[in-house]
Each structure stands twice: as C-alpha cells, then as structure tokens.
Design a protein around this ligand. Structure first.
Ligand code: ZN
Length: 135
C-alpha cells in the first residue's frame, strides 16, 4: 500500500457552533467547508493547516458514532486519516494481513473521498481512516 500523508485529524465535538471558533478565530485556520456526511450521521467543519486538515465532527443524532464516542470518552481526537493512493488495493492488502477493516467496500466521506476505517483493536487503540481522493 502507498500512504501519501496525513489527510486530516478528526476531532469529536459537542457543538460546531461552540467549538469551531477556537480553530477558526484563535488559531486562524482557513475554513475550507462545512458539510454533512449522511453515511456517518455527522456534520463536519474542515480547516486547512497548510499540511493536513482538522475535521471537527458533530453528531447529527444520538445514533451517530460520534454521539456514542463522546458519551463513552468525551470530546477529543477521534481518528487520524491517511490519504492512500488506491483504497481498494489497501483494503485487500490489510485483510490479507488479518487487519480488521470496518468497511470492506469504501464509502463516500467528506469532500468526496472514498473512505474506510481500521478498527482500533488492530492499531493499538487509534481509529485510523483511509481515504482516496476521487479525481
Ligand atoms: Zn475523517
């Protein structure tokens, strides 16, 4: 597999309205967009740092994985996302190595990336997202 770098760090927040101003106004990061990702039941606010992005994640409802995460562990870093060259090839390679991949078939995530996740039990406790840019 070919990792191209850290695409973003996902941060679970209670409220974009309350928590985004720190990233936007105190750090002065460039806000590149807000969107809802229906498949994950989240609203995201995305900021460019210049090298990698920050993705703030707010649950759209209580069934969202973000709502469940905050309930268990509180607000904070939720996942790290690596950009990969070929997500299908990466998934096949991980499965061959008995790594637990959450979506065998990638879903469309924020900004139109094809994404899947590696279960934290396979990574030493970190939820890892893999994303392929669609051209
Ligand atoms: Zn993400």
């Amino acid at each position: 597999m070919k990792i191209k770098g850290i695409e973003h760090i996902g941060i679970a927040v209670n409220s974009l309205a309350e928590d985004a101003p720190f990233w936007k106004h105190i750090l002065g990061l460039d806000h590149s967009g807000t969107e809802t990702v229906e498949s994950e039941k989240v609203s995201t606010d995305i900021y460019n740092t210049g090298k990698g992005k920050i993705e703030l994640l707010e649950a759209m409802n209580e069934d969202s994985t973000i709502a469940k995460y905050i309930e268990k562990r509180g607000q904070g870093i939720h996942h790290i996302c690596f950009e990969v060259e070929d997500i299908h090839e990466t998934i096949a390679e991980l499965k061959e190595k008995n790594i637990t991949v959450i979506y065998d078939k990638p879903k469309v995530g924020a900004e139109g990336f094809l994404v899947t996740f590696i279960h934290p039990k396979s990574t030493g406790g970190v939820l890892v997202e893999l994303a392929q840019r669609q051209s």
